[in-house]
Ligand binder design. Sequence first.
Ligand SMILES: Nc1ncnc2c1ncn2[C@@H]1O[C@H](COP(=O)(O)OP(=O)(O)O)[C@@H](O)[C@H]1O
Ligand SMILES: [Mg+2]
Length: 353
Amino acid sequence: MADIITLENIDVTFKQGKQVVNAVKNVNLNVEKGDVFGVVGYSGAGKSTLVRTINLLQKPTSGTVKVNGTLLFADNKQQISNKELQKQRRSIGMIFQHFNLLNETTVVDNVAFALRHSFLSDKEIEEKALNLLKLVGLEDKAKFYPIQLSGGEQQRVAIARALANDPEILISDESTSALDPRTTNQILDLLKELNAKLGLTIVLITHEMDAVKRIANKIAIMEHGVIIEKGKLRDVYLRPKEELSRQFVGGSLAAIETLKAFNLGNLSPDQKLFQLVFSAANVTKSIILELYKELGLDVSMLYGNIEVLESEPVGTMFILAKGEPDKLDKVADYLKKENVEVTRIDERGIWND
Ligand SMILES: Nc1ncnc2c1ncn2[C@@H]1O[C@H](COP(=O)(O)OP(=O)(O)O)[C@@H](O)[C@H]1O
Ligand SMILES: [Mg+2]
């Protein structure tokens, strides 16, 4: 798939008096159409600054920004007219932690407000706004005022408003951070539904790994302005390379502690350690039993877990296999046939593919 967002070598530097803050440092990011791309990091990592470069709300200090096939920024300057930039911005919806609704205005008018520059008639605008409210499950609250709604409902209004100009891209900057866990999940599920139904590309900025785990297919982890690790959710989640990624991934921590307690340098030649990753919904055979029956290996399980990633249960297991060296070499090939991903772990460390 072609990129819908391409950021190349993005730097953003803020100067305040003598103080210089390098908020974003040499970031490269490629988002493909239809992705739900999670950007995770602690507060101050540079996430908001980075995503604001996508619609040039923040001009990069240097680097290249391309969106929807249009070069917006390169060679230290904006590449299109301001008028054209306004148009481009309408194809990028945004939602935030504090919904930023107009409190003196009804819900339907909050959505309609986003269409004030369109060529639609007042009646068409009202109709479109009502349809958008229907899309987010709020048609019965059209005449309410924002303060009469719960936080989750207010965020739904903000989502309807963000979709008013039929954007290709939706940027969500901590949009669930002020919501309770149940409401958070409902909003995330709505975003995923919009992604599937409308083909909407979503960039999901958050400090909550659980949010990314629930709906993102790709992830980038940011620290001190730098993307320290990125890739498919499943790869980064199940085989995090960097220490910070491991902190975010949390669930795998127990596995890592298990392995650290295990002296990897002390394995004998007839022992090998493997991580297995498999779709838990498709397990038909006992992997451990098969390895014993097919290869004569003696297998102990050190750690096992099932995670739900993008609503699919994914199993992960660390096993210690003992047997003849040529049989140990066949483990990966054998399990590949069973649709199990195998990573060998050796004394060089964890997840050295
Ligand atoms: N307009 C600004 N002027 C000066 N410094 C800023 C500005 N915006 C952000 N920063 C600084 O840039 C860094 C990254 O901020 P931000 O992008 O908001 O991080 P995050 O969204 O990950 O919490 C922080 O150190 C912040 O103080
Ligand atoms: Mg932020």
